[in-house]
Write a protein that binds this ligand. Structure first.
Ligand code: GLN
Ligand code: ZN
Length: 760
């Protein structure tokens, strides 16, 4: 009898009620003792394993659980601790582990960056801090624990050596191979010890196999996995890829491993095509990622069964493992508790636990024939159909508009040179104008007041009065500081996406749909479930009120279409470009409303433009074209004297500079201070013709910058940028900062700007 196996790649850490987050934060705050904390974390972790077992998963991942981040876990397993932190060898203590992640008074935290094209952030390992040694066989520890305590024969999960080094810093790119080779013996030892312990399956994650790779890198994979195979020939390694199709399919499936894990959801059909045209080695197992590990929609089990059947024509059933497309880290835990959601919508959702059930069902269908899962298939189809046909999802008018997009102008009336003239006349700004990025401190008082209002303990009117008082306070502060362009401060917003999602049609919000973003920080992405449209003005009241209090121009503040899309769970029955254009058309109405109400500067933030970049280079231009078009659709229906700003908070620009230019924003403000001059360098090589504001101080720390420091940043920028096009602003919004430090820092910034003007 053939037995098809079900598997999982990773389970959310945070817990159904974010108990993981709570325990962590209590421990950091010192209100939970270390022993209690460790015990609690163990309980959480074991309960997750038990859950997967109860759902009927055969290969349960162990070691994917983390107290902060799995990349950091891998780094500390190799003793990679910078001497900024206290560490004297051996297993890295818990305290040190958190110091690396969060920093200490005297030592900055390790850098953090996005995990591929997700909104999860990992800690960037520093390889120049120590010679790697294996200080702890972490996967072995987790394997043994699962076996001892729950009698679970786990599948250890390890981040593979090539991806690990690729994601790290502190070495020369030309030495990539050499550095990877340093780690290979350590990985060999891990696998050897697992083999001795009797482990059958190991999942070695190499997601960079789904990115664009060079020939040398493919050759490196061959050598590395040959060595590992020789070191532990009896253990069954599944080389796991996800988030896109496998590059260099033919070379990679030949590697001496026992299984290859492929993503059949986010591969644009390419993995199945490769499988059909090149076949699959007879001696290997195919771990088929069939349930979407990144999105929250219930799977159409009929369609998924068909895909599995197509796969089974090439790979015999007993060599297929059914699993999600990636770790379930990127989705919330369970739909079960979402009692307030509309029934039709709820029925069409699937979070981690529900996805495990889908995996198990599909496994059964593949093993016993689809008849065995007929009922489940039918009910999934019905649920999805119901949502698709629901009036909640469909707005004919929006759909028609999207069909006729060509009727909407997506290019400003006049070129920048001309617009600049009209705007210059209208605003009469000094050279090197100063401004901020939008938000002012969201103090605990602001947040508390919002909460009381949400609970119904404060009337709408009372809340409005409170927000207006905050706006007024900060308009006065901006006058006193002497800034040139003001903002209203964003006090009414919890979050830059949620705020707009709540006001636009087509969005829904869950109660418990949290996912880990970094460390203990969780986000609750809105669900774009239906056609998006403008209902009523979203920012007019606050902006117009702010403008009424001052003669200085007030900049309206919107979140851009691609950022709203990238930070939401989007429907999967419509292309992403159609969704983003719907959002853009809705925002366009807001821009128009601002203009009609006398606001002539609007900033459309796109901080998430870069993170949506596809894994594969050849897909970049299509993504960027879509993003640029949506931005222009949002911002092009206005008069020449409307000054459109945009903001992005990262500084690696060189490779997307053409797209940035194509946005044709009148002013762009970008983060600079953490880029150590790299950004300036990018502008040395590229001409940027519109105005640009470089962040002259870092807002991520409470530190008030020194005058010389800000001056140095301004002068450095002025060496390459035309002073007539240059703006002065902080790196990003100030919502996470305290009031006093914000005022003090902005005063330094304004003083530095005045001094710079004198020198011109
Ligand atoms: N306008 C937003 C703010 O100031 C921008 C935030 C961001 O770039 N992430 O908060
Ligand atoms: Zn920013």
């Amino acid at each position: 009898m053939t037995t098809v196996k079900s598997s999982n790649l990773g389970y959310p850490r945070i817990g159904e009620n974010r108990e993981w987050k709570k325990a962590l934060e209590q421990f950091w705050a010192g209100t939970l003792e270390k022993e209690v904390f460790s015990k609690r974390m163990e309980e959480i972790y074991l309960s997750h394993l038990q859950k997967q077992k109860d759902e009927g998963i055969d290969l349960i991942p162990v070691g994917d659980f983390s107290l902060y981040d799995h990349v950091l876990d891998t780094a500390v397993m190799f003793g990679l601790v910078s001497n900024r932190f206290e560490y004297s060898g051996g297993k890295v203590p818990l305290e040190t582990y958190f110091e690396i992640a969060r920093g200490t008074k005297g030592a900055v935290a390790a850098e953090m960056t996005k995990w591929f094209n997700t909104n999860y952030h990992y800690i960037v390992p520093e390889l120049d801090v120590a010679v790697p040694t294996l200080v702890e066989n972490r996967p072995l520890h987790f394997y043994k624990e699962a076996k001892r305590k729950l009698n679970i024969e786990g599948k250890p999960v390890i981040l593979g050596p090539v991806t690990f080094v690729k994601l790290s810093k502190g070495y020369k790119k030309s030495e990539f191979r050499k550095v990877v080779e340093q780690f290979v013996p350590l990985y060999a030892r891990i696998l050897c010890e697992l083999q001795t312990e009797g482990v059958e399956w190991v999942q070695v994650d190499e997601p960079i196999l789904s990115t664009t790779l060079s020939k040398e890198e493919v050759a490196l994979f061959t050598d590395v996995y040959q060595t590992l195979h020789e070191a532990a020939p009896d253990i069954k390694v599944i080389l796991q890829t996800y988030f896109d199709s496998l590059e260099h399919y033919e070379d990679i499936v030949k590697l001496p491993v026992q299984g290859i894990g492929l993503d059949f959801v986010h591969d644009r059909g390419q993995n199945l095509t490769a499988l059909k045209s090149s076949g699959f080695p007879q001696d290997k197992v195919l771990a088929a990622g069939i349930i979407d590990g990144r999105n929250i929609w219930r799977a159409n089990l009929e369609e998924k069964s068909l895909t599995l059947t197509a796969i089974a024509e090439i790979v015999s059933k007993d060599r297929i493992i059914v699993q999600p497309s990636s770790s379930l880290l990127h989705v919330p835990v369970t739909v079960k508790n979402e009692e307030k959601l509309d029934g039709t919508l709820k029925d069409a959702l699937s979070f981690a636990n529900e996805k495990l059930q889908e995996v198990v069902t599909l496994t059964k269908g593949l093993q016993d024939g689809v008849k065995a899962i007929e009922e489940e298939m039918k009910s999934s189809t019905i649920a999805i159909q119901k949502l698709n046909q629901s009036p909640l999802r469909n707005n004919i008018q929006v759909q028609e508009t999207i069909q006729n997009l060509a009727e909407y102008k997506a290019k400003r009336e006049s070129p920048y040179e001309i617009r600049k003239g009209s705007q210059g006349k209208a605003f009469q700004l000094p050279l090197l104008p100063t401004t901020t990025i939008g938000s002012f401190p969201q103090t605990s008082e602001v947040r508390k007041t919002r909460l009381t209002w949400r609970k119904g303990e404060l009337t709408d009117e009372q809340y409005r009065v409170y927000i207006k008082a905050e706006i007024k306070k900060w308009i006065n502060i901006q006058e006193e500081i002497g800034l040139d362009v003001f903002v209203h401060g964003e006090f009414e917003r919890t979050d830059m996406v949620e705020y707009f999602g709540e006001k636009l049609a087509g969005f829904q919000f869950t109660k418990f749909g949290w996912v880990q973003s970094y460390g203990s920080r969780c986000v609750k992405p809105p669900i774009i479930f239906g056609d998006v449209s403008f209902k009523k003005p979203m920012t007019i009241e606050e902006t117009v009120y702010a403008q009424s209090l001052t003669d200085k121009p007030v900049k309206g503040m919107l979140t851009g279409p691609i950022t709203i899309l990238n930070w939401s769970f989007a429907r999967d029955d419509l292309s992403r470009s159609a969704i983003v254009n719907q959002i853009a058309l809705a925002l366009r109405k807001e821009v128009e409303a601002l203009e009609e109400n006398g606001i002539h500067m609007v900033q459309v933030d796109e901080p998430a433009l870069r993170e949506g970049l596809p894994l594969k280079r050849e897909q970049w231009s299509s993504y960027l074209n879509t993003a640029v078009y949506a931005f222009k659709l949002t911002t092009s229906s206005v008069q020449d004297d409307m000054q459109i700003h945009t903001h992005m908070c990262y500084s690696d620009f060189e490779d997307i500079i053409d797209a940035i230019k194509a946005l044709d924003a009148d002013v762009i403000s970008i983060e600079t201070s953490r880029s150590h001059g790299e950004l300036i360098h990018a502008f040395e090589q590229n001409t940027y013709d519109n105005s640009i504001g470089l962040g002259v101080y870092d807002i991520h720390s409470p530190r008030v910058p020194e005058l010389e420091e800000v001056t140095r940043n301004i002068d450095r920028a002025l060496q390459v940028l035309d002073p007539k096009l240059f703006w002065i602003n902080p790196d990003c919004g100030l919502k996470t900062r305290g009031i006093e430090e914000t005022i003090a820092s902005l005063k330094v910034m304004v003083e530095a700007a005045e001094l710079a003007r004198e020198r011109l």
